[in-house]
Write a protein that binds this ligand. Structure first.
Ligand SMILES: [Zn+2]
Length: 318
């Protein structure tokens, strides 16, 4: 723990091979995460056998997510943890036993360097590039908890503007699992912006056992949510700046509002099962248990532009 220059406890910057920690206040009530920040690969992997152009596509990383994470964390003065390497090497937003941890095929592209991976190579990538990131999140979380203010976890992602030739209408989506403490005020904030089509667990479901926020949020009882921003809105610096400023404004207000609510910055000791509205107090979120079909059902609300609910969605980020 370092002093952050304002007299409060701070999380120090750290540059590691597989991840970066951006410094910030340990008692700021928030940690920003970016699982798919980079499209780099360690030199021994070359391009994983892909034409270099494939590495600048969304299959390699979340376009626009890293600069927004940096700008948001800086604006709020809170720490962030970001990956450095491409999700094609290993996907930190998957459980370690997930079959898509190391993708052999992604959105039509075969990844030659992942085609025949033996258990030893899989374990090596987990040890070198997966665990260090998660251990960094755990350490930063511990430092924040030690300050006496439990951090909420906000993970920044981006999604493609179409999937299997079907346009995706949402400008932004909030993904969440069973904890509404951060998701609900985020959804309400984006609805109140006007002019935005906001996905509630769209274009993906946030209910994935083993993913990054399940590991660090759900399992530790910390408020958490994913923000997914459509990539065409944040492909260039101007769009990134607009969205980073918007997020900073909305999230800063949520942190101010929730500072008066101790439950927000206190780990939950018991987790309600998914869909148990009375236990979570989440009645307004139209949250239900049920099968996957139900979970994938469109729950977005049209903004002032009035675009109707979209067609089918994919269950997982590519
Ligand atoms: Zn992502």
């Amino acid at each position: 723990m370092v002093n952050n220059g304002t007299g409060g406890p701070g999380v120090a910057a750290e540059e590691a091979d597989a991840y970066r920690v951006l410094p910030g206040r340990a008692d700021g009530g928030l940690i920003v995460l970016c699982d798919h920040a980079g499209n780099a690969l360690p030199s021994e992997f070359g391009t994983l056998g892909l034409p270099p152009a494939q590495l600048s596509r969304h299959i390699a990383y979340d376009i626009g997510a890293a600069p927004i994470t940096q700008a948001l964390a800086a604006a709020l003065g809170v720490p962030a943890v970001m990956t450095r390497y491409s999700r094609l090497l290993i996907d930190p937003n998957r459980g370690v036993d997930d079959p898509t941890l190391i993708m052999r095929l992604s959105d039509g592209a075969v990844i030659p360097g992942n085609r025949r991976i033996e258990e030893r190579e899989r374990s090596r990538r987990i040890d070198l590039y997966y665990r260090p990131y998660h251990e960094a999140i755990r350490r930063v979380t511990d430092q924040c908890l030690a300050s006496g203010v439990a951090p909420a976890l906000l993970s920044i992602h981006s999604f493609t503007e179409s999937w299997k030739a079907i346009p995706r209408p949402w400008h932004v989506g909030i993904l969440w699992d069973r904890d509404t403490r951060l998701a609900k005020p985020l959804l309400d904030s984006f609805y109140a912006e006007g002019g935005l089509i906001v996905g509630d667990n769209q274009p993906y479901s946030g209910q994935l056992v083993g993913d990054c926020l399940w590991q660090h949020g759900t399992q530790r009882g910390l408020a958490n949510a994913i923000i997914e921003i459509r990539q065409d809105l944040i492909r260039d610096a101007a769009g990134q700046s607009v969205w980073a400023r918007r997020l900073a404004r909305l999230v800063a207000k949520i942190l101010r509002d929730t500072a008066a609510k101790p439950a927000f910055n206190r780990p939950k000791t018991t987790e309600a099962p998914p869909g148990n509205l009375s236990a979570t107090g989440a009645g307004s979120l139209d949250r239900r248990g049920g099968d996957d079909q139900d979970r994938q059902r469109s729950r977005d609300r049209a903004g002032s532009s009035g675009v109707p609910p979209p067609g089918p969605t994919s269950a997982r980020a590519p």
